[in-house]
Design a protein around this ligand. Sequence first.
Ligand code: FES
Length: 566
Amino acid sequence: MSDPIGLARGLTNYGDRDFALYLRRSFAKSMGYSQALLTKPVIGIANTASGFNNCHRLVPELVDAVTRGVLAAGALPIAFPTISLGEVFLNPTSLMFRNLMAIDTEEMIRAQPMDAVVLIGGCDKTVPAQLMGAASANVPAIQLVTGPLMTGPWRGERLGACTDCRRFWARFRAGEVSRQQIAEIEGSLATTAGTCAVMGTASTMAAIAEALGMMLPGTAAIPAVHADRLRAAEATGAAAVALARHKLTPDRILTAEAIDNALRVLLAIGGSTNAILHLTAIGGRVGVDVPLDKLNALSAATPVLVDLKPTGPHYMEDLFAAGGIGAVLRELKPLLHLDCLTVTGESLGERLAQSEGAFVDRAVVHSLAEPVQPQGGLVALFGSLAPRGAILKRSAADTRLFERQGRAVVFSSLEDLAARIDDPALEVTPDDFLMLQNAGPTSPSAMPEAGYLPIPAKLARAGVKDMVRISDARMSGTAYGTVVLHVSPDAASGGPLGKARSGDLIRLSVKERRIDLLVDAAELARRPAPAPFAPARGYARLHREQILQADHGCDFAFLRPAPPAG
Ligand code: FES
C-alpha cells in the first residue's frame, strides 16, 4: 500500500482511521474546500507574520503568492502560524527563543498533514530556527525569505539598517552628531519592509540557505519590496509541489558537503558571526559536526569576495543588482562540492551551469583572482581564556590590534557595563582590552548581541574608534570592530572568562589563532566562580537546563540526534 498523501497523512488517533479521515475532511469542508482539492497533496506554508516583526511585514503577500504557485501546480496550500522572532522586540534576546521557534516549526510540520512545507522566514533567528526544525522533522521543505529592505536617503547619504544605525550612534556618543540629527536618522534607517539592508545575520542566513540548496536559486538577495520577490514566492510554491512528489527530504540536501559549501559562502560574503552558531546548530540536527578548527582551515583557503557593509560600502540591493548569491557561488565553484543535491532535484553544479555567463558587477562581487581580502572573514581563536574557542570577525576588525597584549578592564555583567562604561572615573586607556562576563548562553541574559561593547565615552570623545573587546556574548552581524565573541565555555558555566579580573594581562594573536589569560593556574583556582543561574520554571528553566555552549551552536541537548558530551 502506498503512503497516504495530503489530509490522509498523520491522522488524529481515535482508534479508527476511516472515521478520523472522514471527520478531518468534514471539518476541512467547513473552510469551503471542494472534495477535489481535499484529495490533493498538501503544501504547508509556515506563516511568520507578526505585529512584533517589522522584517516580516509583507509575509501575508508572500503567503498569497506561494498559494498561487501551489494551486497552479496542482496541490492544496494550507498556511499555518508559527512563532515569529522580531530581533529588536524580544527580551532578553532573540537567540533565547530560536530553539523554541525550531521546536514549534518541527512539531507543527510533523503533527499536521503536509507533504511538503514552505518556510517563510527572514529576520535573524527565524531562518535558522526553520531550517533546524525542518531538518529534524525531515518532511520535504523549501525556504523562502522575506528579503532585505531598501536603503533610504538622508542629507545626501544612503542609509540602511543596521550598520548605519551603529555608525551614527557611535558618532552621537562621540558628540559628532546632534540630538536633532540622530532623531532624523532614526526615521531614515529602515524605511521599507524587509530584513536589515547589509550583510548582517538575516542576509547571511538567506545566503546560507541558498548555498545549502534549501532555497530556489537567485532568491536570497531580492529586496523585500521588489516584484521579483513575489515571483520568487510563486515559484517556491510550485517547487514545493514537485518536492512533495519526489519526496525529497532535507536529510538528502543537508549533508556534510552542503554544510561545507555553506561555510565557504559564509566566509566569502564576510558574513555574520551569528551564522557560525546557526550553521553549527543546523549541522547538529543532521549529525554533522562543524568544529571551529574546520572553520579556520576553510577560512585560510576562502577569500572574501563580497564588498558589503559592515565591511565594505555596498548594501544588499546592490548585491541583488550585481548578480546575487549565484554570482558568489559561481566564483567559488572550484572550492565547492558541486554534486550536492538542491530542492529542485538538480545538483549545485547543474544549477550553477544554468546561469553561467550572467552579468556580475565586480565592484560588489569580486573575482577569485582579485578578492576583497585573500582570506575568509571569520576566524576561531583558542587558548587559556577560551579552551573551546571564540570567534573574531577579522574582516570587520582593525588589523593593528591583532597582535598585542593588554590589560583587562572587566565588567562582571551587562548591568555593570551599563553602570560604569561612561563613568569619567573609569580607569581605561585605548590600549586596554574591554571584557564583559556573564553574557553567555547559560547566563540570565542568554547570550545577547552585547559583545560590541561601546567605546567608553571619554575615549570616544577623544577620537578612539576601536579597541579589543572580549566576551561570551554575540555581536550583531551589522556591527564591526576588533571584537572577540562566543568565548566558550562561558563565564556563567564556570569558564575561565568568569575568573578574569581587571588588571589581568590578556594576549591576543590572530596570526597564532590564540587568546590567552596570562594568570597562573593556582591563582585562577583560588578565584571563585560565579553562582550558577537556576530559573525556577517555564521556558527559562528548560533553556538553562538544555542549552549547549557556542561550539555546539547553542542548540538544546535533547534536540540533537545524539546529545554531545558537555
Ligand atoms: Fe530583522 Fe535586522 S532586525 S533582520
